[in-house]
Design a protein around this ligand. Structure first.
Ligand SMILES: [Cu+2]
Length: 304
C-alpha cells in the first residue's frame, strides 16, 4: 500500500550524461531501485493559456482569477466529480467555451461555468477591468497532450495587492506559488520572469530532458509552461498549495475523459454543515490580519 517511491538523477552542467551503473543503498523497506530514462516529451495537441490575478472584486473580497474569472466565493456542494459521473456531458451543458485567442493561437482553452465568458489579456493591451466569477473548468479528452502556459500577473492588477508600501503601477507581484496537479506528472518545460512571449519564450523550452514532477513553483510576476498527457480519467484539481490561496479560488478542475470516469468513492467527503468559504471573508483587512503583510504568515488563532 502507499505511494511507490520514486527517484531521479540530477546532472550538473558538464557532468557525464550516462545513467549511473550502480545504485545507492536504501532502507530495506523501500522498493529496490530501477534505473530508466524518462520517456521523451510527447508532442502537444492543445495549448491552454492562463492569466492569473488576485483581483479585489465588487464584494470587497480578494479572489483568485484565471483569465479574469474569479472563482465563486462558495463552490458547489455537489462535487464536480459526482456531477460528471452522473452526466458526462455536464460540463458541456453548463459551461461556456472560452473566447480566448491566446495570442496567435485559436484553440478553445478554459471553459467556465455559470454563463460567464472568460477573456484573455496575455500579451494584449485590452485588459478587461471587471473580473467576473465562475468555476474554472478545463475539459480534456483522453489522448490529448495539454500544454499549460501560466502567467502570474503582478499583484497590483485589479487592486489585488493588499500589502503595504508601493502599490503603484510599477508594483510587481512578489508572490510565488507552488502549483500542484493531481492525477498526473507533468514536464516542466520552462519558467521565466516577466511576461511570457509567444515568439521568444518557446525557444527556451526544454524538450529534451525537462524535470518530470507534479508540483512546480510559479515565479512571482513570472510564467511557467508545463505539459502533460491525458491518460487518467477523472476530475483532477490543479491548484496552488498555499491553503488560503485555494480558499480564495486558486483552483482549476481538470475534467478528463468524462465518459470513462469511475464512480466516486463511497466515502467521498461532503461539505461541512457550515460552508468554510463563508467563514472567512477574505477582505483586505481580514487578509492583512490573518496572513500578515507578506501574506505568508500562519493564521493564529483563526486557523483558516
Ligand atoms: Cu499561491
Amino acid at each position: 500500500m502507499g505511494t511507490p517511491s520514486g527517484y531521479a538523477v540530477l546532472y550538473y552542467d558538464g557532468a557525464p550524461a550516462a545513467l549511473p551503473s550502480t545504485v545507492p543503498s536504501q532502507p530495506g523497506s523501500v522498493k529496490p531501485w530501477t534505473i530508466a530514462q524518462i520517456n521523451s516529451v510527447p508532442n502537444k495537441t492543445r495549448t491552454v493559456g492562463f492569466n492569473q490575478t488576485q483581483p479585489l472584486i465588487a464584494t470587497g473580497q480578494i479572489r483568485w482569477a484565471l483569465n479574469n474569472i474569479a472563482h465563486d466565493s462558495q463552490p458547489p456542494c455537489t462535487s464536480v466529480l459526482q456531477e460528471v459521473y452522473d452526466d458526462p456531458n455536464w460540463v458541456l451543458e453548463h459551461a461556456v467555451p472560452s473566447l480566448q485567442t491566446f495570442s496567435n493561437l485559436s484553440d478553445p482553452g478554459v471553459q467556465v461555468g455559470n454563463g460567464y465568458m472568460p477573456e484573455v489579456f496575455l500579451g494584449e493591451t485590452n485588459i478587461p477591468q471587471t473580473p467576473s466569477t465562475g468555476l474554472h473548468i478545463l475539459q480534456i479528452d483522453l489522448g490529448e497532450v495539454i500544454e499549460l502556459v501560466v502567467q502570474n500577473n503582478p499583484a497590483n492588477a485589479f487592486n489585488g495587492d493588499y500589502r503595504g508600501g508601493d502599490t503603484g503601477a510599477s508594483r510587481t507581484g512578489q508572490e510565488q506559488h507552488p502549483f500542484h496537479l493531481h492525477g498526473h506528472h507533468f514536464y516542466l518545460l520552462a519558467t521565466g520572469n516577466g511576461t511570457w512571449d509567444p515568439i521568444t519564450s518557446p525557444a527556451s523550452y526544454n524538450l529534451v530532458n525537462p524535470v518530470y514532477r507534479d508540483t512546480y513553483s510559479l515565479l512571482g510576476n513570472g510564467w511557467a509552461v508545463i505539459r502533460f498527457q491525458a491518460d487518467n480519467p477523472g476530475v483532477w484539481l490543479y491548484h496552488c498549495h498555499i491553503q488560503w490561496h485555494m480558499y480564495i479560488g486558486s483552483n482549476l478542475y481538470v475534467v478528463e475523459g468524462a465518459e470513462e470516469i469511475s464512480a466516486p468513492p463511497a466515502n467521498q467527503q461532503a461539505c461541512p454543515s457550515q460552508c468554510i468559504y463563508e467563514e472567512a471573508p477574505f477582505t483586505v483587512p481580514y487578509v492583512t490580519q490573518a496572513y500578515g503583510a507578506t501574506g505568508y504568515e500562519t493564521p493564529d488563532p483563526l486557523q483558516i
